[in-house]
Design a protein around this ligand. Sequence first.
Ligand code: USQ
Length: 382
Amino acid sequence: MRVLVLGGDGYLGWPTAMDFAAKGHDVYVIDNYMRRNIAQQTQSEALIPLPNLNDRAAIFKSLTGKNIQVKIGDCADYRTMENVFREFVPDVVVHYAEQPSAPYSMMGFEQASETLNNNLNATMNLIWAVMEYAPKCHIVKLGTMGEYGTPNIDIEEGWLEIEHKGRKGKFLYPRAAGSLYHTTKVLDTDLIWFYVRTFGLSVTDLMQGPVYGLSTNESDQDERLLPNFHYDDIFGTAVNRFLVQAVAGVPLTVYGKGGQTRGYLNLRDTLQCVDLAMNNPADEGELRILNQFTETFSVNALAEQIQRVGNGMSLNVEVKSIENPRKEAEDHYYNPAHSGLMELGLEPNYMTDEVVASMLEQIIKYKDNIDSSKIMPRVKWK
Ligand code: USQ
């Protein structure tokens, strides 16, 4: 298939591009280096310095013989998006081209506005480019479990049947995001749903939880192919941060009470899920929504597991609750459905002690790169 990956330099975009190219698909990636630029501006550089996208594609080609076509350009600019679609008419587009950091989106007006404009314009431009140049193309859009928030009822996969005054209807499941970033994803959903029901697009929205890990079949062959692994407070997500903190000898930063529960998944499972979505496309005029995670953990449970495994490796891991910089429920009900991807054939890589140990071992190799000043939260929700 002809696969276009928007945001192909990212933590998930680059491993996705390699995975599809390795499987023999024709892959084209575009990225504007927004994350690299923000990381530089906010002193949030990744643990392992990595080659730029063109160099990564050249290294991948020299190792595998497979081609990944690269364009450095901005998906939030419609002319750029149009040019990509004229050059490469895709069968499927995987849309990761969004500013993904909740803390960055909460830093101030500039960062909020940049996040809103980038995320909504990239999505809008994709929709229009598909309608104009590739109307049969399947859009695989990365949404987030954070769109739902933490409601006091079970979370369904995207939709909810409601009975009201004796009549029934099916609606998008209510959204209540906890950051401006997550809110842009809610807005994306509404935008996409309008175009799906009005113009018959075919879209899969993958509502993903926080991803962890740095190992994939392709990146295991050469460290220059690793994903961008962040442990800072801006781009680092909970598990990846805790792993690095355990190696650095910094107490694990549990925000507040630590009862915040989310659905997590291994990076390898993100690749499986995107592949399953691509090979089982949504129907024309369908917005199919799948909750993408494999298991739920509270922050306390994650910290305890990483502490236990780390101590078993003589790391002497401490856990410390610190003031929560975010506004979020710290003790709440959480029961999201997630059967759709399992029914499509997902075989989860769960977070076993062995998986935690192997991630710690990988990070220990880069211990000297860890800058502990990047760990404590700098952005407050206020
Ligand atoms: N947390 C801590 N300590 C830390 C870091 C995080 O207790 O050092 C807590 C947070 O307060 C939160 C939970 O861990 O309750 C998850 O935080 P996170 O930073 O791992 O994830 P989040 O900010 O929600 O965002 C990440 C990705 C985002 C993606 C989202 C999926 O950055 O792009 O959409 O995970 S989800 O969380 O399901 O919305």
